[in-house]
Design a protein around this ligand. Structure first.
Ligand SMILES: NC(=O)c1ccc[n+]([C@@H]2O[C@H](COP(=O)([O-])OP(=O)(O)OC[C@H]3O[C@@H](n4cnc5c(N)ncnc54)[C@H](OP(=O)(O)O)[C@@H]3O)[C@@H](O)[C@H]2O)c1
Length: 312
């Protein structure tokens, strides 16, 4: 190995660490949410509900919370209303975001709700968070079933995100201040477990798509920012039901490796308001991704171990 092959990665690492922890260290207040019109998808529980609570606590003007289950959304709405001291207006939109027409309806209903006294309507923050996940072995004797699952996840996770962004963009670019699309994604886009085949694939697609979309928006001189938030494990109910399958001696407490959903929601909002292009939370997950890329054999061993422990 030439010396240069060692020097280049070390310099890249040092510059990255300097940029992340010294240059960009400034804290950023969520008070910037005040007066904003926000759409949050997948807000009926988990991380999406926590994002809604932070928007309400920080007095966002109008908040749309969207998912399929009305009863859960209504509970989130009531808590938001309480947290904002009734200063934020919150609307529930029940919709299946795996269907394009429903994505169009969500944007239309949001624009109606966001209308001000001049009949103008603007979307400040579009938070694409909803997800459908499948963790299971592929049944190779049922090709139609495997493709059906792939198509289903693609429609909800990928086409749903793209449809919402494209239908919202014409109503974001009219905003005098720049507006932001926040895309919530996962480390599993980079380190695919075999059993997360379709989920990982849709999340990888999202990452590439929204990175390109950001460039296209900039080329078209539209003042819309795109923030991609890559998450490691988060201690949601979904996560807890998965971790319950781990042997007790392994992690002891599920929160040992999984982050708090409220803290995660704060990071998502702060990154978007700050206009960051990409954020990894917790920050060291990017190194997991790098190790997986550089030494795939180790990544695959760890993946197999997790799969066998979690899902067998
Ligand atoms: N939890 C983690 O450990 C973790 C780790 C990495 C990344 N993430 C990412 O973080 C985001 C939120 O994850 P989470 O753990 O909070 O997920 P979750 O608990 O499974 O919640 C998913 C949300 O999406 C909604 N949803 C699902 N299918 C939908 C559809 N067809 N149409 C509309 N809404 C739909 C669900 O509500 P309804 O069922 O009521 O529709 C729910 O509100 C996701 O993008 C996920 O990939 C999570």
């Amino acid at each position: 190995m030439d010396a240069i092959d060692l020097i280049i990665p070390i310099v890249i690492l040092l510059v990255t660490l300097f940029y992340r922890f010294i240059y960009k260290k400034t804290e950023f207040s969520l008070e910037k949410l005040e007066g904003k019109n926000v759409i949050i998808t997948g807000a009926s529980w988990g991380i999406g509900a926590e994002v809604a609570y932070h928007c309400a606590l920080n007095k966002a003007s109008k908040i749309i919370i969207a998912a399929r289950r009305t009863s859960l959304l209504e509970k989130v709405r009531d808590k938001c209303s309480h947290l904002s001291n009734k200063q934020s207006r919150i609307k529930v939109v029940t919709c299946d975001l795996g269907i394009e027409e429903e994505c169009v309806r969500l944007v239309r209903e949001s624009l109606d709700f966001f209308k001000d006294s001049n009949d103008d309507s603007r979307i400040d923050l579009l938070i694409l968070n909803h997800t459908h996940s499948v963790f299971e072995r592929i049944n190779f004797s049922d090709p139609t079933g495997a493709l059906e699952k792939t198509r289903n996840l693609t429609n909800v996770n990928f086409i749903g995100f793209a449809a919402l962004a494209h239908h919202a963009i014409p109503h974001m670019s009219t905003s005098s201040n720049s507006s932001t699309i926040i895309v919530v994604t996962t480390l599993l886009a980079e380190i695919s477990l075999g059993m997360s085949w379709a989920y990982s694939a849709t999340k990888s697609a999202i990452n590439s798509y929204f990175n390109c979309l950001r460039d296209q928006l900039s080329h078209a001189k539209l003042p819309i920012r795109v923030t991609i938030v890559h998450l490691g494990a988060v201690n949601t109910e979904q996560w807890q039901s998965n971790i319950a399958k781990f042997p007790k001696f392994w992690f002891g407490s599920s929160s040992f490796i999984a982050k708090d959903p409220g803290e995660t929601a704060e990071v998502i909002l702060r990154s978007g308001l700050r206009g960051e292009k990409a954020v990894w939370f917790p920050w060291y997950t990017i190194f997991v991704s790098i190790i997986y890329g550089v030494v795939p054999e180790i990544g695959r061993l760890i993946g197999r171990f997790i799969e066998d422990t979690l899902f067998s």
